[in-house]
Design a protein around this ligand. Structure first.
Ligand code: ASP
Ligand code: MG
Length: 410
């Protein structure tokens, strides 16, 4: 029995026109001979009548008066309304189906209300319904505790429902339907000729922050990665096959000339401040003092570089003033550069391949863009550039690595 999990996010079920597209995609999967579990989010975004944020607004006027247990009862309704609505559309089409809440689908969580973690899934009920030939319409973002209390999985948790259930029922593929055509080579608002990628690896999607994190919840990717269940990120509004997320890099390399696909995508994070703290003569414990102080004040640090002449790191702009005050109160003399941008060059194929950094340096030098700092891992090279150069940096790297030439494979 080939099982397909299809997850439809809030925007995908927001209007009746879109819900017709959902029915279309379900029918398509049935026609391909799959049994289907359709996981749905609450309909629409803030302001839409049954969206999660709208439900929250109902009680937020009353201060913090709702306990977290009742908060979960309230929020779980959004997904149940969405699932029931979809059920009626499937009935109209003569497609047998059954709606299950997270708890009814055997999703057992811990009791951390509002941000519960899935402990186990007993997929018996879902499997039985599928064997009866029914589409299982599953309310996303929720589960129940062993005591039967309803819980929710944290914002964006329907993705986790989909991949966790996909793992539990050994789905062939988990489709995440959303409002973009897939994972893009770059942010299309910055790079005009950015295109959807045919395939990426799990680790690449994690590094394509925040683009990756925006289209699919990182926890959902992590779950799929542990068990190798392939995910496809695709658009509800089209029949475009979207981006396949899996563990192998081979598909990536097939998608274009091999050299082109060394790099998968370029992403950026704006509004970061670089902090340089010079070390005093013979001062060897500077890093300890600095990072302990940052940690005690809950300031998260990134891009850390330690050498005998001092410590360099970044924080988000909005925490820079606080960080500076703390450092000065310790009699240190930091220099800060705010409004920088962290540009990431992501590609699972870069490990051990010479010349990637040189190409990055070439692209940026040609445009007179200074590199303030850099770091690398086996799938990513990060460079810190002045904020005013961010757009130009992303564009020139996109061009330099031939990403504008990536062709989709159908
Ligand atoms: N409806 C929930 C939220 O808005 C869960 C989800 O959409 O994944 O966070
Ligand atoms: Mg989402």
């Amino acid at each position: 029995m080939k099982i397909r999990v299809q997850k439809f996010g809030g925007t995908s079920v927001a209007t009746s026109e879109r819900r017709e597209r959902v029915v279309h995609h379900i029918r398509q999967a049935l026609n391909e001979g799959c049994r289907v579990v359709a996981v749905v989010s609450a309909m629409g975004r803030k302001g839409d009548p049954y969206a999660t944020d709208t439900l929250l607004d109902l009680v937020s006027e009353n201060g913090e008066s709702l306990s977290s247990r009742e908060h979960d009862l309230l929020l779980s309704c959004g997904e149940i309304i969405s699932a029931s609505t979809l059920s009626s559309l499937l009935n109209r089409e003569g497609i047998p189906n059954v709606v299950l809440t997270g708890g009814q689908a055997g999703i057992i969580t811990n009791n951390r209300h509002t941000n519960a973690q899935i402990l186990t899934i007993n997929p018996t009920r879902v499997k039985n319904e599928l064997e009866k030939g029914k589409v299982v319409v599953l309310a996303g973002f929720q589960g129940k505790t062993t005591d039967g209390e309803i819980t929710t999985l944290g914002r964006g948790g329907s993705d986790t429902t989909a991949t966790a259930l996909g793992v539990a029922i050994e789905a062939d593929i988990v489709d995440i339907f959303t409002d973009v055509e897939g994972i893009m080579t770059a942010d299309p608002r910055i790079v005009e000729d950015a295109s959807p990628l045919d395939a990426v690896t799990y680790s690449e999607i994690c590094n394509l922050a925040f683009q990756g994190a925006k289209v699919i919840h990182p926890r959902a990717v992590e779950l799929a990665m542990q068990t190798n269940v392939p995910i496809r990120v695709r658009s509800t509004m089209s029949d475009h096959p979207g981006t396949l997320v899996s563990s192998t890099h081979e598909k990536n390399q097939l998608a274009g000339e091999v050299s082109d696909r060394l790099i998968t995508g370029i992403t950026q994070v704006a509004n970061v401040t670089q902090i340089k703290v010079p070390a005093g003569e013979g001062q060897y414990d500077l890093q300890l003092k600095v990072f302990k102080a940052m940690s005690e004040n809950d300031i998260s640090v990134d891009f850390i570089n330690i050498n005998p002449s001092g410590v360099i790191y970044t924080v988000f702009d909005h925490e820079a003033d606080q960080a500076e005050k703390i450092l000065r109160s310790m009699d240190l003399t930091p220099s800060l550069m705010s409004g920088c941008a962290k540009v990431s060059v992501v590609g699972a194929g870069i490990a051990g391949v010479p010349g990637v950094m040189s190409k990055i340096a070439e692209a940026l030098t040609e445009e007179d863009i200074p590199i303030l700092q850099s770091a690398d891992s086996h799938t990513t090279i990060w460079v810190l550039v002045p904020g005013e150069n961010m757009v130009q940096a992303v564009r020139s790297l996109h061009r330099k690595f031939g990403l504008h030439k990536v062709q989709m494979m159908y």
